[in-house]
Every structure is written in structure tokens, then in C-alpha cells.
Design a protein around this ligand. Sequence first.
Ligand code: MTE
Ligand code: MO
Length: 414
Amino acid sequence: MPRPEIEGDWVMGWPDRKRAVINAGKDAQGRVINGRAPVTQLEGLLTPTDAYYVVNQLEVPEPIHPDDWVLQIGGLVERPIEMSLKDLMKLPGRTVRAVTECAGNDAGFFDYQQRKAKKPSRINQQDMQARAAQRETNAVPSTDAISNESTTTCAVSAGEFTGVPLAEVLKKVGLKSNAVSVRFQGFDRGQPDLAVQYRSVGRADFKLVDPGVINYEKGMPLAKAMHPDTLLAWSMNGEWLTHIHGAPVRVVTPGWSGNWWVKWLEQIEVLDHIPQCYYQHHYFTYGEGPDDPKKEMITAMGVRNIILNPLDEDSPLERGSHKVQGRAWSGMGTIKRVEVSVDGGKTWHDAHLEEPVERWLWVRWSWLWEVDKPGAYQILARATDETGRVQPQIPWNYQRKHFDGIVPTDVQIL
Ligand SMILES: Nc1nc2c(c(=O)[nH]1)N[C@H]1C(S)=C(S)[C@@H](COP(=O)(O)O)O[C@H]1N2
Ligand SMILES: [Mo]
């Protein structure tokens, strides 16, 4: 009995359903250097590791064997030290399940809402291989080319991370009383890809700050650094962290966008100020434009929500019952409520929130829609978090970071 859904994939010697695969871009050696998660095809809460989205601002570094890796901890501490992975693993550990989301995820929806672009699709995503190839040639696209590209969606995933709270490490070395921030440095080094920065703004007709060759680094305010859920993690989804996700050890900062989750950690430095890191003060900022003197670093995500069923691509639909489904998460805590509207926002219905509803994870929600009248419908969903924040929280900003607007599904009922 041949069944297409179990053809193709064999797992431990047995036929299995086809697995959702990452939409990836590879380098000349066939190694994945970027990727988008198949968010519309995944059930459950956690994203399988090989389907987890991948973003790198610089070159992916050569791997370091965990036995050869050391973490330097210095700056404004009483006892500067170097720790091996084994040393770190002796400290009291912690596991956190959290959404990782790139700050630029769904950026194109800002333009769609301003009627400057068509609605991005989570199914027909960007061609990541084309982007990877462009990166290899270092070509800077024109403003026209950028505005014709589909923008990033599906740069979001959820995982389970095991490691040690950074606070435990800082307790061990002893913070000095004038500590203000913790600077994390990755061992990846390179020159930021100008094309990536221009894409983030959506045009290429201005001059960028070029920092030259740098390490990836971020300077985290002390309060977030000391939060018990801020981890130095060596494990993801029940396995050792993989190289592309930052092995041997990466930073995990639940609620704050992906750029804070420094991979390939090699150095921690405690400072009495917030350092002017490139990826903090020139890129990954809110502001009105590239020359805005009041640019602000981005930190916690807004209130996020995506409808995964039905999608525009499912239209037209038959009359009858349809399960309206999606996922919601927030940068500031648990999702408390999701409401659905099928009349363009005139009336709202409470959706069912599927347990578990965890602080840093996304929550699966659903609402059963009985529809017996043909016509055009606009389905909306809006989420509220435990701090009372309702979508949307984040206004347009020139880099289109942290989009958290309400995006309708438009469907025709036959
Ligand atoms: N060292 C280092 N860490 C990094 C980056 C990087 O380029 N270098 N990119 C950041 C960005 S912008 C994102 S969105 C996340 C992506 O993490 P992932 O590839 O494991 O999903 O890593 C962050 N950590
Ligand atoms: Mo990112």
C-alpha cells in the first residue's frame, strides 16, 4: 500500500512521514550559512534542530572542539578567570524553553501595512540560496532590486536550551559595584555584509557606517544579564548545541530578539557603561532613519502572533467548519489571551490556548469557525500578554525591526 506521505524518509530503518525541511542557503562547500524555518508545516511547540532558522551576520567561524574551548571572563570583576566547558558545567544548571526570533523577521509586513508592498508569504519565502550566493560575491543590491525582493519571514523557531544562568558565573567571579553591562564576544570575525544592512532598511541609497573587520559582540544591560533565565547554553533540544547554532556555548536571552543570543561565545567583559557595539548602536536599532541621532538599541520583542491556518494560499474554502489556528508569543512574558475576528475586526471571539502556556515559549491557539455564507472574509487575531500589552506594540522604524502587527488572512468562502 504505497502512501505518498510515508515515502522518501526513512528513520532508524523505518519509513516515516516526510519531514519539514529548512529553506536554506549554502556556501560553496555545501554548508548551511542561513535558513528559514518551515513554520507553517510544524506541529508541536519545539522546532526540530535541523529545521531551526539560521542567521549569521559575519562569516561562520571554524569550529572549536569543546575540549579546546575556553571562556574568558574579565573586566569589572573581583576574580577574572578562564573557564572550560567542564568548569561551566559544574555550576548549578538550568533549562529554559524559549522562542528565538530574528529582529528582522516579518519586516516586510510593515511595508505591506503601509500599502508599499504586497503581503509577504510564509510559504513562498525568500530564496535563501540566492542570498547566500550573493553574499559570496559581496554584491550590494540596488534600491530597486531590494524593493522587488520578498522579505524575510520564518526567521523564528522555538527550542529548549540547557546551560548555566549567566548570573551564576558572575556570582563566581564577583561583580564590582560599578558594573553596568556585560559584553559578550563571539569568535566569529569578519566585515558586516553591506547588502544585509541595506536590505534591513529596504533601500540602498544612503551611506552605511562600515566598522571594518569585527567580532560579533553585544553589550547587555546588567538587569537582563542577571535574569535567572539568561543562560550560557551548551545544549539545545536535548542534544549538544550544533556548530551553526553557536557551539560550544551561546548566550540565550529569552524575550529579547535573536541578535542578543550571541553564538560562539569566547569572552565576557563586565563594563561600567553600555559599549558602542556595531550590532547595538548602528544596526539593530530603532530610529526614524540612518542619520537619526536618537537611535535606540532594540531589546525585548513586542507581542507576536501569526495565523497559520487558514493562510491566504488556502483560499478559496468550502462552507462549513474551519479551525482557525496560530501561535502567539511575547517578549515580556506569558500570553494571556488571543482573540479572533472573522469580520475584519468588528467582533472578537476568545481563542482556546493550548497548554502549556509558558513564559518564553509560543502558545498554540485555535478557534472553530462555522461559516455558512459565501463571500470574502478577513480573519484577524490579536494577542495580549501578562503585562497587559496588546498587539501591536512596536511602531514602524527605519530598519523595520520587531514587527508585531496584526496581519489578516484573506479568504474567499465558496
Ligand atoms: N556570534 C554571533 N552570534 C550571533 C549572530 C552572529 O552573527 N554571530 N547573529 C545573531 C542573530 S542576528 C540572530 S537572529 C541569532 C540567530 O540564531 P540561530 O542562527 O541559532 O537561529 O543569532 C545571533 N547571534
Ligand atoms: Mo537576527
